[in-house]
Design a protein around this ligand. Sequence first.
Ligand code: SF4
Length: 314
Amino acid sequence: MQIKNLQKRFHIGRSQTLHAVDGVSLDIAENSIVGLVGESGSGKSTLGKTLVGLHDKSGGDVYYRGDRLPDRYKSADYRRYSKNIQMIFQDPYASLNPRMTIEEILTEPLRLQHQGDSKSNRELAASWLQKVNLHAAHLGRYPHEFSGGQRQRIGIARALITEPDFVVCDEPISALDVSVQAQVINLLGELQDTMGLTLLFIAHDLSMVRYISDEMVVMYLGSVVEQGPSDDVFFTPKHPYSQALTKANPLADPKQEKQRSHDLIKGEVPSPVNLPPGCRFVGRCPKASERCHSERPLLQPVGRDHLVACHLYD
Ligand code: SF4
């Protein structure tokens, strides 16, 4: 997947424009897991939804295996691309239709692709339930009969039943209990391995992203501010925002925890409606200089395979 200068804008009211994704460029290699991190409002979910055609693109290009994906999907485009490009949603309660049985939910993507007949699709759905550690006998049940973790596993089976290559995982564990999160992550890791999937894994928990992904991309206010090998970005973050994000994970040692609370960035991600002309992080950055207010930093190499958008590295 090649993403070039992708833009997604929403027009709100007569004269205001919300820049949710503002010029993101990214290459995602086959069979890799790329973790996309950032606070709520950084644009990461909008980016994921734009890649799978759930949002129209406002600008830029996305290529999948060299094929330019449409700016606005029509029904035929969904049929053509959803076999290979799929999405696992954040909320396992809202993403499954409560009126459909698990069999209907799992076989729907196959029916949309005109794949198989009802008998073979039923067998495939049963085998996918087993792959995600549920019982084939549960095909006749409804979503409300399952726990959050089980529903998310059904969501994973639904996304993977057409055997896609590329899957956007949009915060797939954030609505789950901590005890269930590791099970879902390990399941995704195993399936990625056995099916040779390419995953864009969106999350705000950096330690989980570091655990599962090869590369980490940090977004702030619609733009990428840092990207590189996961261990590098996690252990030696270069951008002041990434440094603050890594400090957001609580520490077991009370002394270190006290120091950590001092170092946390204050405030929230500002509105993407009135973007500052210079660095987008300037209002919260402890290292901001005068230049940061007027000049926007570009993403540039800092060390091997590591890119950072910050004037500290010019
Ligand atoms: Fe901070 Fe300036 Fe770097 Fe932006 S460009 S992150 S404001 S030091």
